[in-house]
Design a binder for this molecule. Structure first.
Ligand code: FAD
Length: 474
């Protein structure tokens, strides 16, 4: 069959990885087509991920802030929540504005956007199936696969019942249920728990592991766990959702303990809605990549080299479907790199670390090795920790529960990891990603003058604690 579309570069998927790759390829002179199954560009991140969740978390933070303002002598009434306006703000003022902006940027660069579902026919051809069932054949010279991931749907849940939600459903904000069970105490589960609790739902979180936010150090998770408890969120650790029944009165979930033979802390319960947030699965297995000779693992990941090339050299893969961490800033970085390599630049992946942030209240952010990982690996490390109770700024804003922790290699005194819990931790962690990339020693960080009074001072102070130049925390 004759090709309907020909191009030098095709990008499959318009998430942060895909649109970055397509725009960069076009900027470098490659005639580029961007294929996306949905009418709106931006992928998971802009449409049903990072961006809408942060818009709703902003609303949650406002509610939380005003709830505590009486402590400093300023009282507001009970918040009146207009869920329709909040939903419109999230969708029209935030998501649509950003996705519309992407469409404009694609047009400006003459990136041709084709709506449809792509699958490989051969190493140089895709078939694109439109919503109307019509198919087009696209012939390409280079391809970047950026088809992302989707929420894991636990098989024992009745997914045809609208009261059972994944994160996409939860972000739609159809209603604020009286009660909500969140299965999974990771970043997405806890961000959504924060939103729904602030909006008035009674929230219960169950987590299989022995701590919330597995992956972050326990001491950094504690202030978040304490605050959630204060807000009335019930948490059960080492608990696994087993049998689930959809009934008239709600969704009934029976639990098992993560420890075999033990009784779970909670045997069962019934909730108005249930959010399942137990991770995301890559979409690599859904593209008939075998027709192009591209290797895909059993789980659906596509292996790539340091230039983001798959085993087929003119086909690249980026973003969530090449592996963990499944984060937007990793996808954009990889997208740019793949486009540049395809355009002939001699580059490879050089990032040492990728920061992770949970935009909960307080936020938790970490980068490089965690203390838990360092100890498990037997690395010889030293820790400098600065409690925010000693920070003038944290005291001034009434948020002293934070702490900043830096992890240094004992031999070289170079920073190899950092973790922060507290408000704005996500903004503060960027400095430490730079410090690790630059190979900074404790003295470089401690002797860099940070503005006073800011939360960022805690970074320098933690380095000084490690160096021993601060002994009494003032
Ligand atoms: P995606 O964003 O997954 O985009 C892939 C695109 O490909 C989709 O638009 C899809 O429709 C399209 N597609 C798939 N298959 C085909 C096909 N065959 N043909 C055509 N099109 C196809 N990350 C952060 O860094 N910070 C956050 O705060 C954050 N918050 C999140 C909150 C939630 C609720 C969720 C679910 C995720 C969050 N993430 C966050 C993760 C982030 O969204 C992802 O890491 C990121 O979107 C991955 O980008 P990507 O380019 O790999 O793919």
């Amino acid at each position: 069959r004759q090709a309907d579309i020909e191009c030098r570069m095709v990008v499959i998927g318009s998430g942060p990885g895909g649109y970055t790759a397509a725009f960069r390829a076009a900027d470098l002179g490659l005639d580029t087509v961007l294929v996306e199954r949905y009418p709106s560009l931006g992928g998971v991140c802009l449409n049903v991920g990072c961006i809408p969740s942060k818009a709703l978390l902003h609303a949650a933070a406002l509610i939380e802030e005003t709830a505590h303002s009486a402590e400093i002598g300023i009282s507001f009434g009970k918040p009146k929540i207009d869920i329709d306006t909040l939903r419109t703000f999230k969708q029209e003022k935030v998501v649509d504005r950003l996705t519309g902006g992407l469409a404009g940027m694609a047009k400006q660069r003459k990136v041709r956007v084709v709506q449809g579902v792509a699958r490989f026919l051969s190493p140089n051809e895709l078939e694109i199936a439109g919503e109307d069932g019509k198919t087009q054949v696209l012939r390409f010279e280079h391809c970047i696969i950026a088809a992302g991931s989707q929420a894991v749907k636990l098989p024992n849940f009745p997914w045809d019942d609208p009261r059972v939600m994944d994160s996409t459903d939860a972000l739609e904000l159809a209603e604020v249920p009286k009660s909500l069970l969140v299965v999974g105490g990771g970043i997405i589960g806890l961000e959504m728990a924060t939103v729904y609790r602030a909006l008035g739902a009674e929230v219960t979180v169950v987590e299989f592991m022995d701590q919330l936010m597995p992956g972050a150090d326990k001491d950094l998770v504690k202030p978040l766990a304490d605050r959630l408890k204060k807000q009335g969120v019930t948490v059960h650790l080492k608990t696994k959702a087993a049998k689930v029944e959809a009934g008239k009165k709600g969704i009934t979930v029976h639990f098992e303990s993560a420890d075999e033979g033990q009784q779970p802390a909670l045997a069962s319960g019934t909730w108005d809605r249930v959010l399942v947030a137990v991770g995301r699965a890559p979409n690599g297995g859904k593209l008939d990549a075998g027709n192009a000779g591209v290797q895909v693992t059993e789980r659906g990941f596509i292996p790539v080299d340091r230039q983001m090339r798959t085993n087929v050299p003119h086909i690249f893969a980026i973003g969530d479907l090449v592996g963990q961490p499944m984060l937007a800033h990793k996808a954009t970085h990889e997208g740019k790199l793949a486009a540049e390599v395809a355009a002939g630049e001699k580059k490879e992946w050089v990032a040492r670390v990728i920061p992770s942030v949970a935009y909960t209240d307080p936020e938790i952010a970490w980068v490089g090795v965690t203390e838990t990982e360092a100890r498990a690996k037997g690395l010889k490390v030293g820790v400098g920790k600065f409690p925010w109770a000693a920070s003038g700024r944290a005291i001034g804003i009434g948020r002293t529960e934070g702490s900043t922790k830096l992890i240094f290699d004992e031999a070289s005194h170079r920073i190899i990891g950092a973790g922060i819990v507290g408000v704005h931790a996500g903004d503060l962690i960027a400095e430490l990603a730079l410090a690790i990339e630059m190979g900074c020693e404790a003295a470089d960080i401690g002797h860099t003058i940070h503005p006073h009074p800011t939360l960022s001072e805690s970074v320098a102070m933690a380095a000084e604690v490690y160096e021993g130049t601060i002994t009494d925390l003032y």
